[in-house]
Design a protein around this ligand. Structure first.
Ligand code: MG
Length: 297
C-alpha cells in the first residue's frame, strides 16, 4: 500500500474536496474533515491539516499538491519490497539482427509469490527455452506495455538519434501507455539504468508526456521483480520477432553481434540484397562493415 502524507493549507484542503465532489464519503473518520474514496486511492483530510493519500494512485492524486512540509518519500532501501511496483527493461540493443523491444509492467502484491515461484528474479540467468514457456503467461497476468521497434524504423531514426536517446523515449512511451492502461502508476517505478537520470530526462525534454519520478538502478533486474518481469516479457517479444524474421526470410538469423554474426551477414547476402538487410538488422553496427569488407557485394 502506498501512503503519502502531506500537510496542506485550509484552502488546499477545500480545493481537494471540490476536485472529487462525487467521491466524498458520508461517514467521516474521527478528527477528519472528510474522506474521499477513489478506485485507486483513499484521501483523508484531517483537522490538523494532515492529508493522507493511500493506495496505488497515491502519488498521482497527491502530485498536484505541495506540502508545507516535505512529503514522506519511500526510501530506496525498501523499494524492492514496495508493491505495486512498476519496472521496465529493453532487449535487442546488443543484437545485430532483430528489433528493439521495451516492456514496462506492474507487479501487484498478490502476484509476488507467483513470480517468485517461477524463479524469474534473476532474469539474466533465465534460459531462452524457459522464456518461451513463461513469456506469454507473464503477458497474460501482468498489466504491461510492450513496444517493438522494427529494424526499418530503427535504422531510419538512428540517422538523427543515438541509441540511448531512442531507448529513453521508448521507456518513457511504455510508461505513458502503461499509465493509461492501469489508470495511474504506482509510486515505485524502476528502470534498469542505461544512462544517468539527468541525461534520460534531457532526451525527453521535447516529449508531450514525461513519466516521473523514476528510480534508476543498474542490474535492477536482480533486485526488482517488476524489472525482472519486464525484462522477460521484452526478451520473449524479441525472440518471437526474431523467429518471425527467420520464417519470413527462410534464414537462420543469429543473436548477438559477434564474429559469427559477420559470417551470418555474408550468408544472408548470398541470397538477399543489401536493401533487405536494412529491414532485418541494425545496420550501423560495425558488423555490417566487417561483413562487407573483403567481399564482392
Ligand atoms: Mg537492461
Amino acid at each position: 500500500m502506498n501512503t503519502i502524507s502531506l500537510t496542506l493549507t485550509p484552502i488546499q484542503i477545500e480545493l481537494l474536496q471540490k476536485q472529487y465532489p462525487h467521491a466524498i464519503l458520508k461517514k467521516t473518520p474521527a478528527y477528519a474533515y472528510y474522506q474521499i474514496a477513489l478506485s485507486d486511492c483513499t484521501i483523508t483530510a484531517y483537522q490538523s491539516g494532515k492529508v493522507v493519500f493511500q493506495g496505488s494512485g497515491a502519488m498521482l492524486h497527491a502530485s498536484g499538491y505541495t506540502s508545507t512540509k516535505a512529503p514522506t518519500a519511500i526510501s530506496t532501501s525498501n523499494l524492492a519490497d514496495t508493491f505495486p511496483q512498476a519496472g521496465s527493461d529493453e532487449v535487442g540493443t546488443g543484437d545485430y539482427f532483430g528489433p528493439i523491444t521495451v516492456c514496462a509492467c506492474i507487479v501487484e502484491k498478490e502476484q509476488v509469490q507467483w513470480l517468485k515461484d517461477l524463479q524469474i528474479n534473476d532474469s539474466k540467468q533465465v534460459k531462452d527455452d524457459y522464456i518461451y514457456q513463461i513469456g506469454s503467461m507473464l503477458m497474460e497476468k501482468l498489466t504491461h506495455s510492450l513496444l517493438i521497434l522494427d529494424n526499418q524504423t530503427y535504422n531510419r531514426i538512428h540517422h538523427e538519434q543515438n541509441m540511448v536517446e531512442i531507448k529513453a523515449k521508448l521507456h518513457n512511451q511504455a510508461y505513458v501507455h502503461l499509465r493509461k492502461k492501469a489508470n495511474g502508476l504506482p509510486s515505485a517505478i524502476i528502470i534498469d539504468q542505461f544512462v544517468q537520470a539527468k541525461t534520460y530526462y534531457r532526451y525527453l525534454s521535447k516529449e508531450k508526456e514525461i513519466v516521473e519520478p523514476i528510480h534508476f538502478e543498474t542490474k535492477a533486474e536482480h533486485k526488482y521483480l517488476a524489472v525482472a518481469s519486464a525484462s522477460i516479457i521484452a526478451r520473449y517479444a524479441f525472440l518471437k520477432a526474431l523467429d518471425q524474421l527467420c520464417t519470413d526470410y527462410n534464414f537462420a538469423f543469429l543473436k548477438g553481434a559477434g564474429a559469427n554474426v559477420d559470417e551470418n551477414i555474408r550468408e544472408f547476402l548470398q541470397t538477399h540484397s543489401q536493401k533487405e538487410l536494412y529491414k532485418v538488422a541494425k545496420v550501423h553496427f560495425k558488423n555490417t562493415e566487417k561483413a562487407l569488407k573483403n567481399d564482392e557485394y
